[in-house]
Design a protein around this ligand. Structure first.
Ligand SMILES: [Zn+2]
Ligand SMILES: [Zn+2]
Length: 237
C-alpha cells in the first residue's frame, strides 16, 4: 500500500494522477493528466483552490471532462464553483460532465447553472449521462465506467437507499487507473481493480462489520493488493 497522506500522487510515463484529498463527508478532489490533456474527478469542495495552486488558470480552462462517481456532496461540492470560474475566466472549449444516470444532484446543479448563466456562457457544457457500462473514448483516454454499490440513509437514520454510483477505469498509453468511488465490497470493483497499474480504493467504513455503504479496511486492502499499486482513500478522520 502506498502511504495515505494527502496529496497522493502517482505517475508513469505521461499518465499522472493527484488526489488532493478524499475525506468522507468533507471532500474529494482528483486531477488526472494524460499527456497534455487534463481531467478532474469527483470535484468536491476546495477543488478550485487546489487546481489553481497546482495548474493555474489557463490549464483549468483546458480541462475537458469532469467525471462524477455519485452525487454526494463530498464528491460534487466544487462543481458549481468550477463551472462559474470557467465562465468568469472565459473558457472557450467544451466541458463534458460524465455522471451516472439518475444522479439528480448533477442534473440539478446543471439546471440551476443554466438558468443563471446560459445567456452569458462562453463555453459549451455537454452532459454525458452514463447508462451503460461500456468502454468509450473521450479526449485521449479510454474510460470504462462500472457499477458499484453505495447507499445512503434516509431521514429516519435507519432506512437506506441505493444511490446511482459508478467507478471508473481510465486507460492511457498502455496504463490504467481504477478508481472505485464510494462503494461497498462488490464484484465489479474486484474485477476492474485486478492487475490495474493503480487502484484507488475507498476504506470509508469505520468498523470491521461490512455494510452496504463503504468498505472496511481489510476489504479495501484485499482489493488493493490485487492491483500493481494502490492507494486507500476516504478513510474516516
Ligand atoms: Zn464520499
Ligand atoms: Zn458517497
Amino acid at each position: 500500500m502506498l502511504a495515505q497522506r494527502y496529496p497522493l500522487v502517482w505517475g508513469k510515463k505521461k499518465f499522472y494522477i493527484k488526489i488532493f484529498c478524499s475525506i468522507p463527508n468533507i471532500a474529494t478532489g482528483i486531477l488526472i493528466k494524460a499527456g497534455k490533456n487534463l481531467f478532474a474527478v469527483d470535484p468536491g469542495d476546495g477543488i478550485l483552490r487546489d487546481l489553481n495552486n497546482e495548474i493555474g488558470t489557463d490549464k483549468i480552462l483546458s480541462i475537458s471532462d469532469l467525471f462524477i462517481t455519485h452525487g454526494h456532496h463530498d464528491h460534487v461540492g466544487g462543481v458549481w464553483s468550477l463551472l462559474t470560474y470557467m465562465r468568469v475566466m472565459n473558457k472557450k472549449t467544451p466541458l463534458s460532465i460524465h455522471f451516472p444516470k439518475g444522479c439528480v444532484e448533477i442534473e440539478s446543479i446543471h439546471n440551476a447553472f443554466k438558468k443563471v448563466y446560459s445567456k452569458t456562457l462562453p463555453y459549451r457544457i455537454i452532459l454525458k449521462k452514463i447508462k451503460h457500462h461500456k468502454n468509450y473514448g473521450t479526449g485521449n483516454i479510454k474510460v470504462r465506467p462500472f457499477p458499484v454499490i453505495h447507499k445512503e440513509y434516509l431521514h429516519d437514520g435507519k432506512t437506506t437507499r441505493q444511490v446511482p454510483a459508478l467507478g471508473y477505469k481510465f486507460s492511457f498509453d498502455g496504463l490504467n487507473i481504477c478508481y472505485g468511488g464510494d462503494t461497498a465490497y462488490c464484484d465489479d470493483l474486484v474485477k476492474q481493480a485486478k492487475d490495474s497499474d493503480l487502484a484507488i480504493i475507498e476504506a470509508g467504513h469505520d468498523d470491521d462489520t461490512p455494510d452496504e455503504m463503504h468498505m472496511t479496511l481489510s476489504e479495501a486492502k484485499t482489493i488493493g493488493e490485487s492491483a500493481k499499486e494502490y492507494f486507500l482513500v476516504h478513510v474516516p478522520d
